[in-house]
Write a protein of this length. Sequence first.
Length: 577
Amino acid sequence: MTRKSPSDLRSARWFAADDLRSFGHRSRWMQMGYDAADWAGKPMIAILNTWSDAQPCHAHFKTRVEDVKRGIFQAGGFPIELPAISLSESNVKPTTMLYRNLLAMDAEELIRSHSVDGVVLMGGCDKTTPALLMGATSAGLPMIYVPAGPMLRGNWKGNVLGSGSDAWKYWDERRAGKISDADWTEVEAGIARSYGVCMTMGTASTMTAIAEAIGMTLPGASAIPAPDANHIRMCTQSGRRIVDMVWEDLTPARIQTRAAYENGITVAMAMGCSTNAIIHVIAMARRAGVDITLDDFDNASRKVPVIANVRPSGDTYLMEDFFYAGGLPGLMSRLTDHLHLGAITVTGRPLSEALEGAAVYNDDVIRPVDNPIYAEGALAVLRGNLAPDGCVIKPSACAPRFLKHTGPALVFDDYPTLKANIDRDDLEVTEDHVLVLRNAGPHGGPGMPEWGMLPIPKKLVKQGVRDMVRLSDARMSGTSYGACILHVSPEAYIGGPLALVRTGDMIALDVANRRIDIEVSEAELARRRAEWTAPPKRYERGYGWMFTQHIRQANDGCDFDFLETQFGAPVDEPAIY
């Protein structure tokens, strides 16, 4: 393998020349106590750290960054920590999805504008993985991803608690009067008992698994529990590896091929992934010049069984169990017939080598392919006159009786209206109704919040109802579950067919045939469309204005139209350098 020489390093353009500009760079680094022995002839490695005081999932990054730096020093590199914006799923309103592309831009421009040769990306909480990968892929320098890792299992009175999923479960029990306020407070204190991302198969673990499957992490990195000492070692190993990646010029363009993304989709299906995976993977792939569509997910869903018995698709286990059962290498070792084993990873070697020696230690946590928890259908893409550009459902996490269902719509025009009315005792609703929330998509939310797991009306909860068909142009958390149809495209706020639905209209769902339709004549829909009036713009200034001017719809990954065309473009240096 041809290796770069020190004079070929990008950072040398800042530091090596005998001119006034390089004098300025060198003198300012000397101002911080460094000298030529720190930087001369060494790869400079950016560490994009998404730690913040408001980010519980990344609380350990404040110290883990030192472990990454240690690895970079050990391999003869020079680390530079660059703080990137931190998107805490539990703290940012209206939704971190509104700011995913902002973090992607932040990452790209941090890399592009600094004197670095490669980059370590530190993320994990839902939107940080796709955002960091999108930005770094567009920048084009060698990169490696360090996932935050899942938190430990939750616990309440001997019951194992899973992030999100059990919050929804026990919230309904409280609404039904079956647990007390004191019980609820104990659940609140016990459900998140360490740093790290959600330990269910939510969006965070889905996306870090996909990052590993497409080759952007060290093998086995994605499922290591955040408090585990293995996580510290992985951080240091990633620091060492990125230095060699720079010398090898192992860029994202060499790793993120179509084969790599097909591997990512296969793994997502086998894990019973979050529905959010569709939006993020489409956006990530298009940054790499790979045209992934909804159909790629639906096709894989029909072929790949769900073999990770992890909540919410599974009924018992959490990510800690998954790691001890063999982690992602173990799962992938059972999917070799569905994988492109020649795709290379950040190791510079093919996936087949990464899977050598991989094993499964618990056949109930990671099932054999001939004994899956769900034979097919981790996700299904539906189309019809309600969603001509598609929508998605997670069949593996909903009651089977709703996979083919026709019922009357109960329509809510926005989330505040839903919240104000869903618990009314006089709400005219049955479990056969289809709850509809609209104007919650990319434009309408704004930012497409995770409102798609609409709450079951309180009067039905008291009757024992725990699932019903729900339809929205919003998203839902990967920790959510139920018969929820999401990402309806085009969204209602820009005049998609969902805007024309009225309470009482019959809506027909047929997952097997991938259909979602409103049983209203074309003539009546045309009449309603003629009466429809576009809602007011959400923003008149700032980032929000830019967002609404340039955001794509869910089926296109919700990237900005002016960014997704920069498919793996090389770093464009300012002329002065």
